[in-house]
Design a protein around this ligand. Structure first.
Ligand SMILES: Nc1ncnc2c1ncn2[C@@H]1O[C@H](COP(=O)(O)OP(=O)(O)O)[C@@H](O)[C@H]1O
Ligand SMILES: Cc1ncsc1CCOP(=O)(O)O
Ligand SMILES: [Mg+2]
Length: 263
């Protein structure tokens, strides 16, 4: 069994606790995605419990989809505690560039504690890489390929892993670039697919110390579950149900057979 398949198995065996400070839109769907793949989600954003929850968690997901100042305080406190306890964390800069507040907050979060992983769509990563100054909202207007050179620079500057999602997903750690070409266009017609990708990265970095490999596994899991679900779906509604089932039914053998990976 190769390393990517082992990551899938280990999530099921270890069921890592993944703390999420995430947005109102996707709390339910990302918790369900984590459960379906075998991880154990907890959505906890009160600053009063942040230290306790970070301490018992195996990874932390910070998602700025529906921001307000109290939540930002919790995010900053959580990432500080994550650094102190060597808990890996992934940051989803949802909609960065859509408002001055979002951009300022994303930069504040990254400056306070460098995330082990940043996962965004092409528009979001281009704003963080200073290759664009604004974005339309939470959906990308660019192709992932357009964001690759900026993502490489960003990853080198931060010494971390940057994942650009889209029709093709790019997993970038400095000059190391893996691509995953699984997935379906239906994934862009359901809210929270990017947030689910970020949450599943959370599950993978919780059990795999090679962050580049962990992110590759996570994007393969997302893409293959998307392929499986699309085959059974009539549209976005049934896709959501089949997607959760596909995450649940995904095995190491399915991953090995279906993965479209370029290293
Ligand atoms: N056209 C597409 N074809 C295949 N997979 C896609 C497509 N669009 C999005 N995805 C997948 O959907 C997930 C969310 O990606 P994306 O839409 O870029 O994020 P966001 O929802 O944050 O904008 C990723 O797993 C990505 O691979
Ligand atoms: C629609 C929306 N608005 C604020 S957060 C959010 C969810 C975005 O989720 P995703 O980026 O995964 O589609
Ligand atoms: Mg998103």
């Amino acid at each position: 069994m190769n390393h990517l398949e082992k990551i899938v198995n280990n999530i099921r065996i270890k069921s890592p606790l993944v703390q999420n400070i995430t947005n109102y839109v996707v709390m339910n769907s990302t918790a369900n995605a984590l459960l379906a793949i075998g991880a154990s989600p907890v959505m906890a954003h009160a600053i009063e419990e942040t230290e306790d929850i970070v301490t018992i968690s195996s990874s932390l997901v910070i998602n700025m989809g529906t921001l307000s100042e109290k939540w930002v305080d919790s995010m900053l406190f959580a990432t500080k505690k994550a650094k102190e306890t060597a808990t890996p964390f992934v940051f989803d800069p949802v909609g960065v560039g859509a408002s001055k507040y979002r951009t300022a907050t994303a930069l504040k979060i990254i400056a306070a504690a460098i995330p082990d992983v940043i996962r965004g769509n092409a528009s979001e990563i281009m704003v963080l890489a200073q290759q664009a100054s604004s974005s339309k909202g939470v959906d990308s207007t660019m192709l992932a390929a357009d964001a690759v050179s900026g993502a490489i620079e960003l990853s080198k500057k931060l010494n971390n892993t940057v994942v650009v999602s889209g029709q093709v997903d790019y997993i970038i750690t400095g000059d190391r670039v893996n691509t995953i070409s699984n997935g379906s266009t239906l994934m862009s017609k359901v809210t929270g697919m990017g947030c689910s990708a970020t949450a599943i990265i959370g599950a993978c970095i919780a059990i795999e110390p090679d962050v580049h490999l962990a992110c590759t596994a996570a994007m393969a899991i997302m893409g293959i579950a998307g392929d499986m679900a699309a085959e059974l779906s009539k549209g976005p509604g049934s896709f959501q149900v089949h997607f959760l089932d596909s995450l649940y039914l995904l095995t190491d053998d399915i991953l090995k057979d279906k993965i479209k990976l370029n290293v």
